[in-house]
Design a protein around this ligand. Structure first.
Ligand SMILES: C[S@@+](CC[C@H](N)C(=O)[O-])C[C@H]1O[C@@H](n2cnc3c(N)ncnc32)[C@H](O)[C@@H]1O
Length: 245
């Protein structure tokens, strides 16, 4: 049974506040990188896995997609998503692992920051490869393996006595598997896998990887928000675009 932490009221309040204040890295780093990887979407049928409040589904429609299906495990996130009425977007309340579709039914499959919550990601990617039409694309982002690796210690920055960030702690990189951390609440479960494993899962599914990104902020954003300079010291996100031959 996949974890549904976004329906935990305390977690949901913390996460919603982070997104509302635009204090996270989504709007300055991850979403622009996702948009930059999109192939032409005009008239395309798209599946968005782990769609959250549906922000990326709406982006896809703005880019000209004909129809978008958003899949989401959290009822609270879906309630937000459904509050933005759009006839061309439909939402399915289910785990990504349980979603069922016909083979070759989507031109594009996207997933923004949900894959690190999936235990058997290899199986999901094999299904994605079947759901895509020939020439279709998979575009996804996830927390970077450099960030998901640590366990047993509070993952994150090592600071000096003055509170300055000295180093990003990278530990247990090759020990793949479950990681439990504190993010708004205790016991948030994510799955760590190495960058090689992630890319090989995609390659072994029969898709061909055609672009990989590890984004950092543009200079003007860094000037406005100097803490973004730290995102040059460790890669927060890994993004991949792959194509079905
Ligand atoms: C970091 S949020 C990103 C939401 C959205 N994609 C965005 O970029 O705004 C991760 C989302 O993935 C969803 N999620 C996590 N595990 C899931 C699973 N196994 N099946 C479906 N959704 C899942 C969460 O409920 C949450 O809404």
């Amino acid at each position: 049974m996949p974890q549904n932490i976004y329906d935990n009221p305390e977690f949901f309040a913390g996460y919603s506040s982070l997104r509302d204040r635009k204090a996270g890295l989504n709007d300055v780093l991850e979403q622009p990188a996702m948009r930059s990887l999109l192939p032409g979407v005009h008239g395309k049928t798209v599946l968005d896995l782990g769609c959250g409040d549906g922000q990326f589904c709406r982006t896809l429609i703005e880019c000209g997609a004909a129809a978008v299906v958003g899949v989401e495990i959290s009822e609270r996130m879906l309630e937000l998503a459904r509050s933005h009425d759009n006839a061309n977007v439909t939402f399915e309340h289910c785990a990504i692992e349980d979603f069922v579709a016909n083979d070759e039914s989507f031109d594009l499959i996207t997933s923004s920051l949900a894959f690190h919550y999936i235990r058997d990601l290899d199986k999901v990617i094999v299904k994605i490869a079947k759901w895509l039409r020939s020439g279709g694309h998979l575009v996804f982002s996830m927390e970077h393996p450099v960030c998901t690796a640590a366990q047993g210690i509070q993952p994150g920055w090592q600071t000096n006595a003055g509170g300055d960030r000295e180093h990003w702690i990278l530990d247990r990189y090759h020990d793949e598997g479950v990681r439990r951390s504190h993010w708004f609440v205790d016991d948030v479960i994510k799955y760590h896998r190495t960058m090689a494993s992630v890319l090989n899962m995609v390659i072994e599914s029969g898709l061909s990887v055609d672009r990989v990104l590890e984004p950092h902020a543009i200079e003007s954003a860094e000037r406005e928000r100097p803490s973004l300079l730290d995102e040059r010291r460790r890669p927060p996100f890994l993004l991949v675009r792959a194509r079905k031959p």
